[in-house]
Design a protein around this ligand. Structure first.
Ligand SMILES: NC(=O)c1ccc[n+]([C@@H]2O[C@H](COP(=O)([O-])OP(=O)(O)OC[C@H]3O[C@@H](n4cnc5c(N)ncnc54)[C@H](OP(=O)(O)O)[C@@H]3O)[C@@H](O)[C@H]2O)c1
Length: 340
C-alpha cells in the first residue's frame, strides 16, 4: 500500500464553543481533517466538542479567556504543541459589554477581547499559518464597524466616554483595520486576511443587554434575525471558497464581497493601530498591578484624527450622545410596534 503523503489540514475557530463560532466550526468539519475550537468555559467547550463529534473531522478543544493576554500566549503554545500547521484561523470570539469593564491586563475589555487578543493570537500563530500556505485568516467584524468614523486615538480605553454600542463598533472597526494591515504585511507569505459581517444573528452576544435580548427574541424579530447557522455562512465562505484563493484585504457580507466603511481604507490608521496594538500587548507582558495602564502616545505628528476621511480633526469624530439618543428612540418605536 502506498504511504499516505497528504498532510493533515487544520482549522481553528475562536469563540467556537457557542453561537456563530460553533456553527462555523461545524461547517469547517467537512473541509478540514482537524478543527480546533477555542472557548473560555470548559463545560461549554466539552458540550460543543460532543455536538461536533458526529462530523467527519477530528475536534480539538482549547481553553482560554481572551480577557487575559497571558492566557492568549499560553493558548498559542498549546496550539503549537498540538497542530503542526494551520490552514484557516477564524478570529470570531467577541463580546458586547453593557458597562465599562477592564480586562485582566487593565485594558478596556471590549477592545481587549475583540481586537487585542486576536491581534496577539494571529501574530503568535504566524509560523503555523505560513507552514500551511496557502492559508487564510478570517476576521469576524460587524456592520457596526461603520459607526465610528475613526479609531478613538486620544481615548483608546474609553476612560472619558463609554457607551456599549460605540465601544463595540470601535472594536469592530479595529477588526477590519487589522485585517487589512495583516493582508498588506503578509501578502508575500501565502497567508490571506479578510474581514466580514456575519449579519444580524440571534445569539448570546446580546445576553447582557435586556433591551436587545427582548428585541432579538420577539416573534417578529425572529422573522428577520438570522439563525446562528445562517450567520456562520459568510465565515465558512471566506474560509473555504475556492474562488477566494489568494484574495486578500477584502470585506464580505452575505457570502459575497461588500464595501466596508471608508474609514477602513485609511492605511495610515491601520499601520498606526498595528503599532499601538503591538505596544499594548508588549506592555501586558508585565503583570497588571491595578494601576492605570500606560497607553502609548497615540497621535503621531501630523496625523490628525479623521485625517483622510474628510472629517474635522478633533477629539470627537465619534459623537456618541446624539447617536445613542436617536438609536434608543428608534428601538423604542420598533419595540412598541412589535409588542403593540
Ligand atoms: N450576533 C450578531 O448579530 C453579530 C453581528 C455582527 C457581528 N457579530 C460577531 O460575531 C462573532 C460571534 O458572535 P456571536 O453572535 O456568535 O455571539 P456569542 O454567541 O456570544 O459568541 C461569542 C463567542 O465569543 C466567546 N467569547 C466571548 N468572550 C470571550 C472571552 N473573554 N474569552 C474567550 N472567548 C470569549 C464566547 O464564549 P462563551 O461561550 O464562553 O460566551 C462565544 O463562544 C463576534 O465577533 C461578534 O462580534 C455578531
Amino acid at each position: 500500500m502506498s504511504e499516505q503523503t497528504t498532510a493533515t489540514r487544520y482549522a481553528l475557530v475562536t469563540g467556537g464553543s457557542s453561537g456563530i463560532g460553533l456553527e462555523t466550526a461545524r461547517g469547517l468539519t467537512t473541509h478540514f481533517d482537524v478543527v480546533g475550537i477555542v472557548g473560555r468555559d470548559p463545560g461549554r467547550l466539552a458540550e460543543a466538542a460532543q455536538d461536533l463529534s458526529s462530523g467527519p473531522a477530528c475536534i480539538e478543544t482549547f481553553q482560554a479567556d481572551f480577557a487575559s493576554l497571558t492566557e492568549v500566549r499560553r493558548l498559542a503554545d498549546d496550539i503549537r504543541a498540538r497542530f503542526d500547521s494551520l490552514s484557516v484561523l477564524v478570529n470570531n470570539a467577541g463580546v458586547w459589554h453593557t458597562q465599562r469593564t477592564l480586562s485582566k491586563d487593565g485594558y478596556e475589555a471590549t477592545l481587549a477581547v475583540n481586537h487585542l487578543a486576536h491581534f496577539l493570537l494571529t501574530n503568535e500563530l504566524k509560523d503555523l499559518l505560513v507552514a500551511a500556505a496557502p492559508a487564510r485568516v478570517v476576521n469576524v467584524s460587524s456592520s457596526m464597524h461603520g459607526r465610528p468614523k475613526s479609531i478613538h486615538w486620544d481615548d483608546l480605553m474609553f476612560e472619558k466616554h463609554w457607551a456599549g454600542f460605540w465601544v463595540y463598533g470601535h472594536s469592530k472597526l479595529a477588526n477590519v483595520l487589522f485585517s487589512n494591515e495583516l493582508a498588506r504585511r503578509w501578502k508575500d507569505l501565502g497567508v490571506t486576511s479578510n474581514a466580514l459581517n456575519p449579519g444580524n444573528v440571534r445569539s448570546r452576544i446580546t445576553r447582557n443587554n435586556a433591551f436587545l435580548n427582548a428585541l432579538h427574541s420577539s416573534p417578529i424579530a425572529r422573522l428577520v434575525v438570522m439563525t446562528e447557522a445562517d450567520g456562520a455562512q459568510t465565515s465558512i465562505y471566506a474560509a473555504t471558497a475556492p474562488e477566494l484563493e489568494g484574495v486578500t484585504g477584502r470585506y464580505f457580507d452575505k457570502a459575497k464581497e461588500a464595501k466596508p466603511n471608508r474609514a477602513t481604507g485609511n492605511e495610515e490608521a491601520a499601520r498606526h493601530l498595528w503599532k499601538v496594538s503591538q505596544e499594548l500587548v508588549d506592555e501586558a507582558a508585565t503583570p497588571w498591578t491595578g494601576e492605570a495602564r500606560h497607553v502609548p502616545a497615540t497621535f503621531p505628528r501630523g496625523f490628525a484624527q479623521g485625517s483622510g476621511l474628510g472629517l474635522p480633526p478633533g477629539p470627537l469624530s465619534m459623537r456618541p450622545v446624539p447617536f445613542i439618543a436617536l438609536t434608543t428612540l428608534l428601538l423604542g418605536i420598533i419595540l412598541a410596534l412589535l409588542y403593540g
